[in-house]
Design a protein around this ligand. Sequence first.
Ligand SMILES: Cc1ncc(C[n+]2csc(CCOP(=O)(O)OP(=O)(O)O)c2C)c(N)n1
Ligand SMILES: [Mg+2]
Length: 326
Amino acid sequence: MAEFSFFPSTERKTAMYERIYRSLYRIRRVEERIAEVYPTDTIKSPVHLSIGQEAVSVGVCEALRPQDVVFGTYRSHALFLAKGGDLKAMIAELYGKVTGVARGKGGSMHMIDLKAGVMGTSAVVGTTVPNAVGYAYAVKYRRENRLVVSFLGDGGVDEGVFAESLNFAALKKLPIIFICENNGYAIHTHQRLRHPALNICDRAAVYGIPTERIENNETLRIHERVKSAVDAIENGGQGPYFFECMTYRWKEHVGPNEDYQLGYRSREEAEPWMRNDQVGVLGALVEESARKSIEQAVDAEIAEAFALAESDPFPAASELMADVYK
Ligand SMILES: Cc1ncc(C[n+]2csc(CCOP(=O)(O)OP(=O)(O)O)c2C)c(N)n1
Ligand SMILES: [Mg+2]
């Protein structure tokens, strides 16, 4: 894949670092607030937190244009926010309120914001991969100026539909970028116990798709590499591209707590990832007064979103069967 080849000016770099820091900090604080509120049982949805994995969504979305669209997994708070999804509607959804993204009926795993290009996320592992490929097929044949990004976990690779989708995307040379967030685990099962060969890129490469594994969860590196693929497609090149982004989930699979006591993984394994915390790394690249004003504004925005979600109404009982397809 071509090396990334633009050298941003100092002002552009400062603005970019501030934007990326704001996005990382905002996602982290939103999920920390969710974790704080969760034990009160006012949030009426299971929550799969992305704390520790924010770099992937933020690095990728910084490379996208507003018209580009994303499809995600049930662990998509970070993706939803990084792509510009409406924070108030997201939090209201977690509370089951009618002002939520799915009018309170979808919960945390079913995020959507069509205006922002978040086309949908799903509780069923692997299902949004063919959705994204189908969308990319339509984009190509309607000659639309946009591209599609399909997020999946290392567990999504275990679904048969992964192979079918990559095959079709490669065959039709679709404008799609696959982002596999490899956090090493599907629930409590390590990749070593599921895959005889650990390099997921090798699986995508058999379809002739250009692939790249990005180690170390570094936001700027992820951004730089994905931007080169976005630029290549934008400049008339063909997709798909496939990135395997190595990352790590700090909290339990589902819920607000840590789970190192369960024994399927150790805190020692997590520590190097925590030392490389991207919120801190990017925060150190932003001048202190700018950083403080970003943090103040974000904290106020989050407080308002949670307060509104608490006071907003639940859907009326008469809405129970509305928008339900069977
Ligand atoms: C089709 C299907 N099979 C099984 C499950 C149960 N399940 C929920 S999450 C999960 C693990 C997925 O792991 P991964 O894709 O790596 O995502 P991560 O949780 O690590 O973000 C499984 C097997 C499911 N939701 N859907
Ligand atoms: Mg995983």
